[in-house]
Design a protein around this ligand. Structure first.
Ligand code: B12
Length: 215
């Protein structure tokens, strides 16, 4: 199979809600030497985006969405495990979670893995995380950055709530904030006063380094 065929097969597995196939393609892609993030970005992510589009058009429904998310989770686990860790001194501590009311965590988990692979110490809070939890954890571990993910237009408010809560507690500035998730934009980040926005996991690593003056 050529690289292009593997990317196509990854998209197909997610589009057909096929977890076994997704697992096989992920393993095969890695075994054939495709860079893990390239396999993710050119294969699996376009696949789940296509399913999302079909869901939006009413061409598939929640049960299918759940199955393809499961296939995506399995592929993500394999890919994340294959990301080579940079043998370096710890770069900084990052607390990451998906905001309250939002259970989407595939993208957030990819961001966590890539940050870890690039030498950050990451505390993954999980999903559906109330504002206070982000702050509590950041205080507890002495974080440098708080990253929040939101996939629903309605839950993006959680990112704004976090900024307001930090300000209110006099902690804005103590922690840098970074926001992401499909509906999130630089404009939104500017509007709520977040310190950085990143479109994908690779960009998240770059921005995290910039926030800490490491690049
Ligand atoms: C998979 C999925 C699900 C799965 C989630 C499983 C899981 N464990 O995550 C399930 C089936 C559970 C689900 C449920 C729902 N979903 Co849904 N879902 C999706 C789908 C198809 C893909 C999301 C995804 O994983 N993308 C792949 C990842 C890799 O991309 P990503 O998340 O954007 O992450 C990247 C970047 O954004 C960035 N990033 C992400 N997080 C962070 C954080 C930081 C700090 C940084 C810097 C960067 C960053 O880096 C990531 C890697 O590149 C999207 C469609 C879409 N196009 O987004 C709909 C979508 C988000 N869902 C949608 C909806 C409506 C729902 C439901 C309300 C459906 C329902 N009727 O119940 C529920 C909501 C439940 C809830 N309360 O959260 C809508 C949202 C519409 C809107 N405008 O708000 C979408 C857009 C589908 C659509 N087109 O209608 N969903």
């Amino acid at each position: 199979m050529s690289r292009e065929e593997i990317f196509k097969a990854a998209q197909k597995a997610i589009n057909e809600y096929n977890a076994n196939e997704a697992k096989e393609v992920a393993q095969r892609g890695i075994a054939e030497g495709i860079e893990p993030m390239e396999l993710m970005n050119k294969g699996f992510i376009p696949g789940i985006s296509q399913v999302g589009d079909r869901f939006a058009q009413g061409e598939c429904f929640l049960p299918e969405l759940i199955q393809s998310a499961d296939a995506m989770r399995i592929a993500t686990e394999i890919i994340n495990a294959a990301i080579p860790a940079e043998a370096q001194k710890r770069k900084g501590k990052v607390v990451v979670g998906t905001v309250e009311g939002d259970i989407h965590d595939i993208g957030k988990t990819i961001v966590v893995s890539l940050l870890k692979a690039n030498g950050f110490e990451v505390y993954d809070l999980g999903r559906d995380i109330p504002t206070e939890k982000f702050i509590e954890k950041a205080e507890e571990i002495g974080a440098d950055i708080i990253g929040s993910s939101a996939l629903l237009t309605t839950t993006m408010e959680g990112q704004k709530k976090l900024e307001l809560a930090l300000k209110k507690a006099g902690l804005k500035g103590k922690y840098k904030t970074m926001v992401g998730g499909a509906p999130v934009t630089q404009r939104w980040a500017d509007r709520i006063g977040a310190d950085a926005y990143a479109e994908d996991a690779g960009e998240a690593v770059k921005k995290a380094k910039q926030l800490l003056g490491l690049s």
